[in-house]
Design a protein around this ligand. Structure first.
Ligand code: CTP
Ligand code: MG
Length: 168
C-alpha cells in the first residue's frame, strides 16, 4: 500500500537527499574510485574518478544524520525512513548521472546542464517511489527549480572555497 506524504513531510524527506548530494565534495577530490578505474569498450571510464566509496559513505552518513535530525524534530519515524532512502537514492542517481556523462563522452567534472542538477533528485524520487512513499506532486515540481538553483549556488561556493576546481 502506498503512503501519501503531505507537503511538509514531502519536503522533509527531500532535504536529506540534498545533504547527501552536497557532502562528498568536502573530500576535496580524494578517495577510492568505485569503478576502480574500469574502462568500458567505448574507451571511457565506467563512472570516472569523481565517484568514490568515501564520497558514497560520507554522503550517506550525512544524509542519514539530517534525516534523523528532521525526524526527531517532528517526531516521525517515516521521515527518518524516507530521508535515508532519499539520501541513498540521490547518491545512486548521481552515479547513474556520471555513467551517462561518461557514455556521451563528457569528462569527470564537465558540466551537463539539467543532468547534473536533476540526476540525484530523480534518484531520490525514484527510491522513495519504489518504497511506496508517494510525495506531494506540487512539492516534487516546485522543488525541482529550487534544487537546480541550490545546486548551482552550492557548487559556486564550493569552487570559491577551493573544494571544487569548477563552479558547476
Ligand atoms: N564525490 C565523490 N563520490 C561520490 C560523489 C561525489 O567522491 N559518490 C566527490 C568527487 O570529488 C566529485 C565531487 O564530489 O568530484 C563533486 O560531485 P559531482 O559534482 O557529482 O561530480 P563531478 O566532479 O561533476 O563528476 P562527474 O562528472 O563524474 O559527475
Ligand atoms: Mg553529479
Amino acid at each position: 500500500m502506498a503512503y501519501l506524504l503531505n507537503p511538509l513531510d514531502s519536503i522533509l524527506v527531500l532535504l536529506p537527499a540534498l545533504a547527501a548530494n552536497g557532502a562528498p565534495v568536502l573530500l576535496r577530490y580524494k578517495g577510492t574510485p568505485i569503478d576502480r578505474g574500469l574502462v568500458l569498450r567505448d574507451g571511457r571510464p565506467l563512472l570516472g574518478p569523481g565517484k568514490t566509496w568515501e564520497g558514497l559513505i560520507i554522503g550517506f552518513l550525512y544524509g542519514s544524520t539530517v534525516a534523523l535530525f528532521l525526524a526527531a524534530l517532528v517526531c516521525s519515524p517515516i521521515i527518518f525512513y524516507g530521508g535515508v532512502l532519499a539520501a541513498l537514492g540521490a547518491l545512486l542517481g548521481d552515479m547513474l548521472g556520471a555513467f551517462i556523462k561518461r557514455r556521451i563522452g563528457l569528462e569527470r567534472g564537465a558540466p551537463a546542464p539539467v543532468l547534473d542538477q536533476l540526476d540525484f533528485y530523480s534518484g531520490a524520487l525514484y527510491m522513495l517511489y519504489s518504497a511506496h512513499l508517494v510525495l506531494n506532486p506540487w512539492i516534487i515540481l516546485g522543488f525541482a527549480p529550487v534544487v537546480m538553483a541550490l545546486h548551482r549556488a552550492t557548487n559556486t561556493a564550493a569552487h570559491k572555497l577551493r573544494l571544487k576546481p569548477v563552479p558547476w
